[in-house]
Design a protein around this ligand. Sequence first.
Ligand code: DQA
Length: 155
Amino acid sequence: MSNRTSKQALVWVLHGPNLNLLGSREPTHYGRDTLETINQRLQARAASENVLLETFQSNAEHLLIERIHGAPAAGVDFIVFNPAAFTHTSVALRDALAAVAVPFIEVHLSNVHAREAFRRHSYFSDLAVGVVSGLGAQSYELALEYALRALAHKP
Ligand code: DQA
């Protein structure tokens, strides 16, 4: 899956359902950047700190769950996760993150607190190291900055 050198930190960026449509999907909420553009920027930033960053998007809850289950064996140090609509529905994804105990930041492009009431509840926020919401693609970038700093100071 990757050419990881020993000691190189590994960050996973996971994207939930419908985020494959970024660029054309409701741009007033989600902006015009495609998922590929966002991923490329994140990868370049991580590489500049000699951190390996891998991305994964799925519209299927079980594929995200299975991916998270594999995080410890893959040696993942940090997860940046936009669960998208699963934020508001998925006890199963929450339980997967609790089970693997890999630190993660919850990310949203839109400000979920300024939209419909059902978006205000997240099954992830209380388990997350932090939540970044409403800053567009920069939500991912700022989450990654935190992760990079945390990993640089990891003993
Ligand atoms: C989202 C917000 C969710 O409420 C929504 O279902 C998404 C994207 C965001 O990035 O703003 O699909 O997670």
